[in-house]
Design a protein around this ligand. Structure first.
Ligand SMILES: NC(=O)c1ccc[n+]([C@@H]2O[C@H](COP(=O)([O-])OP(=O)(O)OC[C@H]3O[C@@H](n4cnc5c(N)ncnc54)[C@H](OP(=O)(O)O)[C@@H]3O)[C@@H](O)[C@H]2O)c1
Length: 249
């Protein structure tokens, strides 16, 4: 098992076999209605040895919503009987919320919009961790990955702007990191990772992707699964991109 390799030697294949996961295994994807979430569902369904992929979204599970802890707990309870899941991916997240896009300037900040970004991207993420960590196996290697974003890196922030999205993604990363430390005591072979998928054309990104090089969702997900497969379990989370590079927090 290795830390991720640099992008120059990184060649993901479209059908990703998770060599590090004992077969057969089950997988669960939250945000399965989204572009990246549905690409994860498809890739995992094609992954050799994967016997079942459960998708969770606002449409699949009655009233599932990141703003409603009871709905998250209900979905986790419902799927517990189908587990354990050796691969869990949280592909939820939002950039435009209640019709409000990202703020470019301090003067554009308002408390309500900031609170909504945190409710969805940070608190929702924390509550998903709280209720879904127990669906990982107690023993053996397993993966818990969450869709973060490079803009959630404090050290990588060179352009500014996007205050609420950046800050809520950074907070989501901190929840993941803290959960990884706690979980390592009981699940030493679990790998936790925050993922940067590249710019993938989706409902979330399409109003903002002009000028960016885009990557197809299936290529991004193939790269992310390949990189996840190579990560070593440790008492820390990883922050990686779809080309297998680590990102500074
Ligand atoms: N696309 C990119 O270029 C890009 C770049 C960096 C990071 N990311 C991250 O990747 C993740 C997936 O993005 P995507 O591009 O696939 O976007 P997407 O197609 O809009 O998918 C977002 C997913 O999150 C769900 N979701 C949003 N708000 C929710 C809420 N309040 N309660 C429950 N579910 C909610 C959506 O459910 P509905 O279908 O019901 O709306 C959907 O399943 C996000 O965390 C995003 O920040 C994306």
């Amino acid at each position: 098992m290795f830390p991720p390799s640099p992008s120059s030697t990184f060649t993901p294949t479209q059908t990703v076999s998770l060599q590090s996961i004992e077969k057969p295994f089950k997988a669960l994807v939250l945000g399965s209605s989204g572009t990246i979430g549905s690409a994860f569902v498809q890739a995992l369904q094609c992954s050799p040895g994967c016997s079942q992929v459960v998708g969770i979204s606002r449409t699949s599970h009655d009233k599932f919503a990141l703003e409603d802890e009871a709905s998250i707990a209900r979905a986790a309870m419902h799927e517990k009987a189908n587990g354990p899941f050796s691969v869990i991916v949280d592909a939820t997240g939002a950039l435009t919320i209640d019709g409000q896009g990202p703020e470019k300037r301090l003067a554009a900040l308002n408390a309500g919009q900031l609170a909504r970004a945190f409710e969805v991207n940070a608190i929702g993420r924390a509550l998903v961790l709280k209720h879904f960590i127990d669906l990982l196996p107690r023993q053996g290697r397993c993966l818990f990955a969450v869709l973060s974003a490079r803009v959630g890196s404090l050290s990588d922030n060179k352009l500014g702007g996007w205050y609420g999205y950046r800050a809520s993604k950074a907070a989501g990363n901190m929840f993941l990191q803290t959960a990884a430390i706690e979980s390592h005591r009981t699940r030493p072979e679990a790998v936790f990772a925050a993922l940067q998928p590249g710019t993938v054309v989706s409902k979330l990104s399409s109003p903002f992707q002009s000028g960016h090089t885009t990557v197809a969702a299936e290529d991004s997900v193939a790269g992310l699964l390949t990189a996840l497969d190579r990560l070593e379990a440790r008492a820390q989370a990883w922050f990686i991109d779809y080309q297998g590079n680590t990102i500074d927090w």
